[in-house]
Design a protein around this ligand. Structure first.
Ligand code: TYD
Length: 215
């Protein structure tokens, strides 16, 4: 449990793992129980964060961005997100559900892009002011499977900066999340994405209920 009154849950995983679908279902289930809960995402969550998200997703502009620029923009968005949304909500005792957080920076920029795990972890410490999620759910999926799903979802849209990466990059991302989970088993819960959305959601919701003491 963090030192706040609220409870902080992050969802992580490779592209196309279904995080956004599952986090929304958890949000709806908790809200239906009358629990005070917010759903937010990274990059994004604030006005500044959403503008940074648009920069990073702008397929023409982002070709000019270095990995270092990308890493620092993500950290800038995160610092504002913590300041404006996450910390105030936790202080008010809310459950915060966040679609990607600092572990995405460690996995994508630190490990898969090779900027260095320790460097990104250090930057994460600055942007988060040391705040860590109470639990982090990693949806684990084979990259080919995840990318197929992501492609189906956005067939008519141009691929973003991350979806364009070759498959060995996505393998690195997958194993980076598994490595992070292994190093901190008390915080991470790895859920393999198999079967139907309902089956995976059941596992996720059980983890969440357990963590919140609702079981
Ligand atoms: P998004 O469309 O939100 O991803 P998803 O489809 O997985 O929900 O795009 C976010 C992309 O940003 C995703 O490919 C991972 C990347 N990302 C990083 O590389 N580092 C980070 O710190 C964060 C928060 C995201």
């Amino acid at each position: 449990m963090s030192k706040n009154k609220g409870y902080f849950i992050t969802f992580e995983g490779p592209d196309g793992s279904g995080k956004s679908t599952h986090i929304k279902l958890v949000y709806e289930a908790l809200t239906a129980l009358n629990l005070s809960c917010i759903l937010t995402r990274e990059p994004g969550g604030t006005e500044l964060g959403e503008r940074i998200r648009n920069i990073l997703k702008d397929t023409a502009l982002n070709k000019t961005l270095s990995i270092q620029t990308e890493a620092l923009l993500l950290q800038t968005a995160r610092a504002q997100h913590i300041h404006e949304i996450i910390n105030p909500a936790l202080k008010e005792g809310k459950i915060v559900l966040c679609d990607r957080f600092a572990d995405s920076s460690t996995a994508y920029q630190g490990i898969a892009h090779g900027l260095g795990k320790e460097i990104i972890e250090y930057l994460n410490k600055i942007s988060t002011s040391g705040l860590k999620p109470d639990i982090t759910i990693v949806l684990d999926i084979a990259p080919e499977e995840g990318l197929k799903r992501a492609e189906k979802r956005s067939r008519n849209e141009p691929k973003d900066r991350w979806e364009e990466q070759k498959s060995d990059f996505h393998y690195k991302v997958r194993y980076a999340f598994l490595e992070l989970a292994k190093a901190e088993p008390e915080r991470f819960r790895v859920v393999p994405v198999r079967g139907t959305v309902a089956e995976t959601q059941k596992q996720i919701y059980n983890i969440v209920k357990n963590a919140l003491g609702l079981l």
